[in-house]
Design a protein around this ligand. Structure first.
Ligand SMILES: NC(=O)C1=CN([C@@H]2O[C@H](COP(=O)(O)OP(=O)(O)OC[C@H]3O[C@@H](n4cnc5c(N)ncnc54)[C@H](OP(=O)(O)O)[C@@H]3O)[C@@H](O)[C@H]2O)C=CC1
Ligand SMILES: O=C1O[C@H](COP(=O)(O)O)[C@@H](O)[C@H](O)[C@H]1O
Length: 499
């Protein structure tokens, strides 16, 4: 495990695609907050690479705008931004042109010379997927990744668009970098409340003995977003909820909640336990299984949080007869000792009535009914891990309602981040960028993890692509998704717990 309280050593962060949306909305605001919290190395520089004619001042202005709009801390005009921006320079290059990398090499060497040390070189690929291969190759052939220990490459999602392309990309990356140098981002893993799942499960005595098929009836994982496809129609219409959310974020949440206890808090050990979960997912082995246990949806015009949202097919960049799902739900089983016959229900959707990312564990009913049925609400114990926007854990149980008769009522025990902690919550990208600088890959995706996750969704992707959904669009923006998603649970005598 990496010493997490230590400031990283001298670092040059090269962001390919520095003028793009991700860089403005997430990466540079994260650097800004790391700087304010004194986490940036004493010797730090950022080189922003993209292809339009720009000066360093132009890039700084673009990024300043991003920080002022998106930083979790208010933008303060007291010289803080200038402290960060003075370490940012612009480098104009065509990603695909090997010649462009010569000047970059000179700039990187100049920092080593100035600081009198071999600085960490982090190559952050905030670029469209088709550029990953040529950039990795050009970094390698130009020799700018100067050593295995000091050089790291960070790759954004989407990591491939199916199993074959992800496997190919892994192979190509490994032609140029060692696995220990490759940091595949899934920003959900950087979220404070997602990291807390490990603490919650493995730093407390009371939950783990119950965390299995003997006590748990079922698990629900929900990632509901109020936003629709917005300006990302071009990307999203070729992706859909299964690729965009389930293959990565939801399967990672599944891993966190279902994994066996790791022996040590080491990156490889934790990733091994997560891969075990993915390998244990019962395959969707036939088209009938896909039809039975999965549901897809696409929203039509509706009202979300009081605002009318146009239908998905009317959004810019989407096809008129688009077959792309904006909602996906499924039931999966894990064929292993701990979870045999416990269903895990996963769902995610855009244009839902509320933003809610949560995991709910439904416990089995008590083994013997002691109280007369009119006295009890018959509600099972529920443990909800709220990931966002509300952050915390809530346990629902039954208690005697005060009064002269024995009557039970549902009550809750709540741990809320806002009440429990005074510390601010860092954004996921702050955690992840700091981890890359410190060389800690615990919260990143290993090659086999990504491939195992693709393997799970491939039969669904194939079936959905080859069989157009005739009922699309099939849920109103602002509703909880298609009726069939409710039916999926109703068949099992359960229902979605919109808590
Ligand atoms: N935006 C987001 O919220 C999220 C994005 N991602 C992923 O991050 C990656 C980047 O996304 P995003 O920032 O939105 O993309 P953008 O399209 O906004 O930015 C692309 C960047 O690449 C540069 N660029 C494009 N072609 C070339 C080229 N041939 N040579 C040099 N520079 C080039 C552009 O430079 P210029 O300005 O000069 O044109 C720009 O800086 C994608 O893989 C995306 O899927 C992942 C999660 C969320
Ligand atoms: O990766 C993605 O995640 C966002 C949701 O992220 P969150 O941190 O706001 O929960 C999603 O909107 C986007 O479509 C997807 O590409």
């Amino acid at each position: 495990m990496i010493e997490s309280t230590k400031k990283p050593g001298s670092t040059v962060l090269v962001i390919f695609g520095a003028s793009g949306d991700l860089s403005q909305r997430k990466l540079v605001p994260a650097l800004y907050n790391l700087m304010l919290d004194s986490w940036l190395p004493d010797n730090f520089a950022m080189i922003g690479v993209s292809h339009h004619d720009r000066t360093t001042d132009d890039l700084r202005e673009i990024l300043k705008d991003g920080v002022s709009k998106y930083s979790r801390r208010d933008f303060r005009g007291n010289g803080d931004w200038e402290r960060l921006s003075s370490s940012i320079t612009y480098y104009k290059a065509d990603f695909t042109n090997p010649e462009s990398y010569k000047g970059l090499a000179e700039e990187l060497d100049a920092y080593d010379e100035k600081w009198g040390t071999k600085a960490n070189r982090i190559f952050y690929l905030s670029v469209s997927p088709q550029f990953i291969e040529p950039i990795a190759q050009n970094i390698n052939t130009s020799g700018i990744a100067n050593s295995i220990e000091n050089s790291r490459i960070v790759v954004e999602k989407p990591f491939g668009r199916d199993y074959d392309s992800a496997e190919h990309l892994n192979k190509k990356l490994r032609e140029h970098f060692k696995e220990s140098q490759i940091y595949r981002i899934d920003h959900y893993l950087g979220k404070e409340t997602v990291q807390n799942i490990m603490a919650f499960r493995f730093a407390n005595t009371i939950f783990e003995p119950l965390w299995n098929r003997n006590y748990i009836d079922s698990v629900q994982i929900t990632v509901a977003e109020t936003v629709g496809v917005e300006h990302r129609g071009n990307y999203y219409d070729k992706s859909g909820a299964l690729r965009d959310m389930i293959q990565n974020h939801l399967l990672q949440l599944l891993c966190m909640v279902a994994m066996e206890p790791p022996i040590t808090y080491e990156a490889d050990e934790i990733q091994n336990r997560k891969v075990d979960v993915l390998h244990s997912v019962r395959p969707f082995s036939t088209d009938e299984k896909v039809q039975e246990d999965t549901v897809r949806g696409q929203y039509f015009e509706g009202v979300v949080e009081g605002e009318t949202i146009e239908g998905y097919r009317d959004a810019k960049g989407t096809a008129e007869e688009s077959n792309t799902e904006t909602y996906a739900a499924m039931k999966v089983y894990l064929d292993n000792w701990r979870w045999k016959d416990v269903p895990f229900y996963l769902r995610t959707g855009k244009s839902m009535p509320e933003k809610n990312t949560s995991i709910t564990i439904q416990f089995k009913p008590v083994s013997h009914k002691l109280f007369p049925s009119e006295a009890t609400t018959n509600l099972p114990n529920l443990l909800t891990i709220n990931i966002q926007p509300s952050m915390g854990v809530k346990l629902c149980m039954q208690a005697k309602k005060p009064g002269l008769k024995m009557s039970l009522n549902k009550v809750g025990m709540t741990f809320d981040y806002d009440d429990a902690f005074t510390e601010a919550t860092p954004e996921a990208y702050e955690t992840l960028l700091l981890d890359v600088m410190q060389g800690d890959s615990t919260l990143f995706m290993r090659a086999d993890q990504v491939e195992a996750a693709w393997k799970i969704v491939m039969p669904i992707l194939n079936y959905w692509e080859n069989n157009k959904e005739k009922e699309f669009p099939n849920y109103a923006a602002g509703s909880w998704g298609p009726q069939k998603a409710d039916d999926l649970l109703e068949r099992d005598g359960r229902s979605w717990l919109n808590v």
